[in-house]
Design a protein around this ligand. Structure first.
Ligand SMILES: [Zn+2]
Ligand SMILES: [Zn+2]
Length: 280
């Protein structure tokens, strides 16, 4: 089911990317670059394959947890709403952890490593998410009694929604900014300016950022600078996928002792040993 949702949306995604690239062509042609878009496409394909394999591997575990479920949800709209809300809440914490724990950042950094931000950036993903353990974050949903196939569908819908927030073509959206993740809110998330970095972790709803103190509004006085601290100067999907894993294990190997090595795997990215050697 999950595949059909995203596959069914594929013409919409591709159509909008073409439309956005055409829109910027005469206005800000630097917004799209062929090599950047192609590397995003390559990363998207690699991620899709890894994601499908990962679900095949973990779906059994989901059903195992599901048999010990706490609740049985009736097939109503309210149940779907509860699942959506719970998954979006867990997405917030997954995403926040992905920025603050290096083991997860090693996967998520790929999504942030372009200095461009356009709709094609949404597809810039890492095939290593299953190794980082993204699937662990949705396991509580099975325990709460949601059917594993429904969980997969809701995860896919959440990620599908996020495609639309990867654009600089849409201004702030008024009251919508109070409730939903929007292009403006997600531009801030992709910016490395000190004011913006590690903020706005929202998936669909921005209420979690507002609730847990990670919300920052886009400031017209502070234009977003996209990318990461210690920019990777490569368009090679393999380099973009593995550079942080390599740096992380190298740091762990040089840490001197098991405790320090584990520290290198779990520390926030800016406390990584190799961080100090990187250019800002
Ligand atoms: Zn992020
Ligand atoms: Zn993003």
């Amino acid at each position: 089911m999950e595949k059909w949702i995203l596959l069914g949306m594929a013409p919409v995604f591709l159509g909008l990317i073409v439309l956005e690239a055409w829109y910027w062509r005469s206005r800000r042609p630097e917004m799209y670059s062929w090599v950047d878009t192609l590397s995003n496409a390559g990363l998207a394909l690699m991620h899709q394959v890894a994601d499908a394999l990962a679900w095949l591997l973990v779906i059994g575990l989901y059903y195992w947890v599901y048999q010990y479920r706490l609740f049985d949800w009736p097939a109503t709209l309210w149940s779907i709403f509860a699942l959506f809300l719970a998954q979006d809440f867990l997405y917030y914490w997954f995403h926040r952890a992905s920025h603050r724990i290096r083991w997860l950042w090693a996967s998520h950094v790929t999504h942030h490593s372009s200095e461009r931000l356009n709709l094609s950036t949404a597809f810039r993903q890492s095939l290593t998410y299953p190794i980082s353990g993204m699937w662990v974050f949705w396991l509580p949903l099975a325990w709460l009694g949601f059917e594993p196939t429904h969980i997969i569908a809701v995860v896919a819908i959440n990620l599908g929604f996020q495609f639309f927030v990867h654009t600089q073509a849409i201004p702030k959206l008024g009251w919508v900014e109070k409730i939903f993740n929007t292009p403006s809110i997600h531009r801030v998330h992709h910016a490395r300016n000190p004011k913006y970095i590690d903020r706005n972790y929202a998936g669909v709803l921005v209420i979690w950022d507002r609730l847990f103190g990670t919300y920052v509004e886009e400031d017209p006085e502070v234009p977003c600078e996209f990318g990461i601290i210690g920019q990777v100067h490569s368009h090679n999907p393999i380099t973009l996928t593995f550079h942080e894993w390599i740096a992380m294990f190298r740091d762990a190997g040089r840490a001197g002792g098991v405790r320090a090595a584990i520290g290198q795997l779990l520390c926030p990215p800016e406390r990584a040993a190799s961080h100090a050697r990187r250019d800002p």
